[in-house]
Design a protein around this ligand. Structure first.
Ligand SMILES: *Cc1c(COP(=O)(O)O)cnc(C)c1O
Length: 228
């Protein structure tokens, strides 16, 4: 079996020369394994639960970049607001307002991505393009000073059908381009398309992903029975 460090090195070399970064998805894994990835040079980690992220953060070096990639309830934003690097899963104005409030409290601007619904599965969270436009046009949004929207995120359908996946990734990229043109023209920070996981990251990169979120291909399979 390959070690976590070797897996990290494989991804780093695969991504070198591309416009795409690796977010190592460490959810359910203990800090010892995150430390192995860190020692392999990885700095950006993705978690999907606020409390889990909050518990791990002080146990790891301060230059770790923490990315929230799971559905975030407004009452949990406070746990991660002091240190989170990027909240990738913003799916409502209400959540964005709470992130802004917590950002203000900690005197920082919190970077966010808008999560879009691109998959067929009913359970997936996210906005559609019209909802996002409505939010970005709203007077409430224009008042927010402590959040910065840096791009889009999406989770594709869990399928082996490559054409289908390609269509979903392509759709997310067109959402990104439409929003950039309408709301963020000439804004260099609006540049992220977070898409692609262990099983489909190659297709996502081909469709323009700037961040792949990879868990099991680095850390092995997750054991949810250990999760609290
Ligand atoms: C768990 C998770 C991933 C990583 O999934 P793998 O298949 O283990 O690579 C990526 N994105 C999101 C939103 C996740 O919840």
């Amino acid at each position: 079996m390959r070690t976590i460090e070797e897996n990290i090195h494989d991804f780093q070399s695969r991504l070198s020369g591309t416009n795409c970064r690796l977010i190592a998805v460490s959810k359910t894994h203990p800090v010892e394994l995150i430390r192995e990835a860190y020692d392999g040079g990885q700095r950006a980690f993705g978690e999907n639960k606020a409390q889990e992220m909050m518990q791990k953060q002080p146990q790891l070096p301060a230059d770790v970049e923490w990315h929230m990639i799971g559905h975030l309830q407004t009452n949990k934003v406070k746990y991660i607001a002091p240190f989170v690097s990027l909240i990738q899963s913003v799916d409502s104005l209400r959540l964005l307002q709470e992130i802004d409030k917590q950002g203000q409290k900690h005197s920082r601007v919190i970077d966010c991505l808008l999560q879009f619904y691109i998959a067929e599965e009913e359970t997936k969270f996210g906005l559609d393009l019209e909802e996002a436009r409505k939010m970005l046009r709203s007077p409430e949004y224009s008042q927010l000073k402590n959040v910065r929207i840096c791009g889009v995120m999406g989770v594709a359908t869990n399928t082996n059908d490559e054409q289908h996946l390609q269509r979903e990734f392509y759709r997310l990229r067109t959402y990104f381009e439409a929003l950039r043109e309408e709301f963020f023209p000439g804004a260099p920070h609006f540049k992220e398309i977070s898409m692609g996981m262990s099983s489909d990251y190659q297709l996502a990169i081909a469709e323009g992903s700037t961040m792949i979120r990879v868990g099991s291909a680095i850390f092995g399979n997750r054991d949810y029975s250990l999760a609290k």
